[in-house]
Ligand binder design. Structure first.
Ligand SMILES: NC(=O)c1ccc[n+]([C@@H]2O[C@H](COP(=O)([O-])OP(=O)(O)OC[C@H]3O[C@@H](n4cnc5c(N)ncnc54)[C@H](OP(=O)(O)O)[C@@H]3O)[C@@H](O)[C@H]2O)c1
Length: 311
């Protein structure tokens, strides 16, 4: 375990040395040891913490059997690990992404480093265990850290089985997902009455509906929150990247637009992690910059939301 830790620490340090050259904010912070400390969030009700930036795999890892694209995705995952990431989110819905993840984990010997999260995505409520087992084989993991019912599909039956699986030690955490603001009323009802460890939902600086009810409820009920679509599927870059950052961005710990979008999300007290997806090593480096340095405070968060609205 000690060896594994020091190897991991070495990799993070080496990765950060490269990142510091790219991020003025991180570079400015490298004088203190905090620059080497990733922003961690405790999973509610446990002593376990996970890094506040994870990784999604929808589309980006669904590259079929193309060896060149698979090799590129292995580099993306390698960079993610080197910069301190652990939480990876998948789903059987994401085509070949699970097989590509399995190949990448094998290539990087990454099974001990990953917090593996996938979903149950089938209308057949008797298939929960079988689908989890299929995903385990594809990822090459003994079991998942987190299993989530994807988009509430067949949630009653799946959740009953997931509760049994958790009680039997077949999975560590269980949850439900939604995205694009879908079915929030029903989502809230399930959060109210089911013993969930995590919810996954869409939240970003332009799509803030969950700030009203779901995020406060998660905080109050001790449910971890994983944030999908942190860049609104990439459209936030298309819309704002040619605009200047506000001149006070550095004070809020923000050195580029990726950090702006991600730090807005992870500075919300209810959020456990955001899971941006990318197919590119350079973008992964930018995104992982948000895992280090200062976070905006409540006033700065308000200014961030106001600023993008003003553009
Ligand atoms: N219902 C659900 O459970 C549900 C629904 C939706 C999503 N999810 C999960 O959430 C994850 C994230 O959501 P998402 O993939 O829909 O969207 P996203 O993470 O908001 O955006 C991904 C897009 O942003 C681009 N991008 C990433 N980093 C960038 C950077 N630094 N600069 C410029 N462009 C950048 C990527 O393009 P490049 O490849 O060019 O970097 C990609 O096109 C998914 O992968 C999935 O795991 C779950």
């Amino acid at each position: 375990m000690a060896d594994r830790f020091s190897r991991r620490q070495f990799l993070i340090t080496a990765g950060l040395a490269g990142l510091a050259l790219k991020s003025p904010v991180l570079f400015a912070n490298t004088s203190g040891s905090t620059a080497l400390s990733p922003i961690m969030r405790r999973i509610p009700g446990t002593d376990e913490s996970t890094p506040a930036i994870g990784m999604g795999t929808w589309i980006t890892f669904n590259v079929g059997g193309d060896e060149q694209l698979i090799a590129q995705r292995i580099e993306v995952l390698k960079t993610f690990f080197e910069l301190g990431g652990t939480v990876v989110d998948g789903s059987p819905m994401y085509g070949s992404a699970a097989d590509v993840m399995g190949e990448a984990l094998n290539a990087l010997d990454g099974h001990d480093r990953i917090f593996a999260a996938t979903k149950i995505w089938t209308g057949d409520e008797s298939e929960t265990r079988a689908e989890a087992a299929r995903s385990s084989r594809r990822w090459g993991v003994d079991q998942f850290d987190l299993l989530q019912v994807h988009n509430l599909l067949g949630w009653q039956g799946h959740l009953e089985t997931l509760k049994q699986m958790k009680a039997n030690g077949e999975v560590r955490y269980i949850g439900i997902t939604t995205s694009h603001g879908r079915r929030h009323r029903e989502f809230a009802q399930i959060m109210e009455r089911e013993p969930l460890d995590f919810v996954q939902l869409t939240y970003n600086v332009l799509d803030r509906e969950v700030e009203d009810r779901l995020l406060p409820m998660a905080e109050e009920r001790g449910i971890g929150v994983i944030v999908n679509r942190p860049f609104q599927g990439g459209s936030l870059f298309r819309r704002f990247q040619s605009e200047p950052l506000p001149d006070w961005a550095g004070e809020a710990g923000v050195g580029n637009w990726a950090e702006f979008f991600l730090k807005y999300i992870i500075s919300h007290p209810a959020v456990t992690c955001a899971i941006p997806a990318t197919s590119k090593v350079e973008h992964m480096k930018e995104n992982m910059g948000a895992l280090y340095g200062k976070l905006p405070d409540a006033d700065q968060r308000q200014r961030m939301a106001d600023y993008v609205r003003s553009l």
